[in-house]
Design a protein. Structure first.
Length: 135
């Protein structure tokens, strides 16, 4: 199959082709940073290191399992560090890395944008849904 017939006879526009590896990389990063709990954990850790239960209380409705999975994924991606202190009981702190702190501004802006624009999006959905049901 040629590029010209790939999408019903359309021809690619020079300079706008996506590189598959770049698309995968962007998709992987967006999947991590676009996750609801990631946004909330990163913004919460933006105030400084927190213990697991401090994070859980600050986030409210997150389950222990989901917080654990989110923190592990953030640690794996180099966005969060986990420090264990040799105390009884053991104390574990979570903190944003330099990479995680660099994510804080765009994630905070995205969170603010979502909160500010939620009513407009809900109105648009209602308009769309009511017009779609008339078709």
């Amino acid at each position: 199959m040629t590029t010209e017939t790939a999408q019903e006879g359309t021809k690619p526009i020079p300079g706008t082709l996506h590189v598959p590896e770049d698309c995968r990389a962007v998709g992987e990063v967006l999947a991590r940073v676009g996750d609801k709990w990631t946004v909330l954990v990163v913004t919460t850790l933006g105030g400084g290191p927190k213990r697991f239960n401090e994070l859980r209380r600050a986030l409210g409705s997150i389950s222990q399992r989901m917080l654990t999975l989110t923190l592990r994924a953030l640690e794996r991606d180099g966005l969060v560090t986990r420090t264990v202190f040799a105390t009884v009981p053991p104390r574990v702190d979570y903190e944003l890395t330099a990479l995680g702190r660099s994510l804080l501004a765009p994630v905070s802006e995205l969170e603010q944008w979502a909160l500010s624009n939620r009513p407009a999006i809900q109105r648009a959905r209602q308009r769309f849904d009511s017009s779609a049901s008339k078709v």
